[in-house]
Design a protein around this ligand. Structure first.
Ligand SMILES: [Zn+2]
Length: 172
């Protein structure tokens, strides 16, 4: 199911700013442009990129298309599409970064539950199938509200900038 967001105009300007960079990189590279590589590799500040934490091999950042406030993604810095292709060190750091993200989301949002997972391939629902990413989504009982079921639209009560500030403060 695809969901339209009420902030679509604002969101598209954020994404297109990085897609321009990705296209420029892809034009001279061997592989198609990747929006994650473009975001991580851009010279923008972590606040602009909505990056929460950068490790040796992995990075945690906010999803620009959040299913709920505090929707975090953790990904390997290396452009890799499959979990089976991860080196042992990447796999280990991915796991520890996911745990840190869960702790930060819990501290910042006090959710009643969390969805944590991977979509491998477009058929499985991956929006960006070429670069592996783990979703961490805080959930509350009743959060699939009437707007979702009736209008196929979600109201996001918080800006990405506010989410970034909250989660940065909560990240240990
Ligand atoms: Zn990539």
């Amino acid at each position: 199911m695809s969901l339209d967001h009420l902030w679509a105009g604002w969101r598209s300007s954020y994404v297109s700013s990085f897609e321009d960079v990705g296209t420029a990189n892809g034009a001279v590279g061997q592989r198609p442009a990747c929006v994650f590589c473009a975001i991580v590799g851009s010279g923008e500040s972590e606040q602009v990129k909505h990056v929460l934490w950068t490790g040796k091999l992995t990075v945690a950042l906010l999803n620009a298309y959040p299913y709920s406030p505090g929707h975090v993604m953790v990904l390997p810095l290396r452009h890799t599409r499959d979990i089976a292709e991860l080196e042992p060190e990447e796999s280990a750091e991915l796991g520890s970064t996911v745990r840190e993200a869960v702790a930060a989301v819990r501290a910042a949002y006090r959710p009643e539950g969390l969805n944590i997972g991977l979509n491998l391939g477009r058929a499985a629902g991956a929006g960006i199938p070429d670069h592996l990413h783990v979703h961490i989504v805080p959930r509350w009982i009743g959060d699939t509200n009437f707007m979702t079921s009736v209008a196929d639209t979600r109201v996001l009560p918080e800006s990405l900038g506010d989410s970034w500030a909250k989660l940065r403060a909560a990240w240990t």
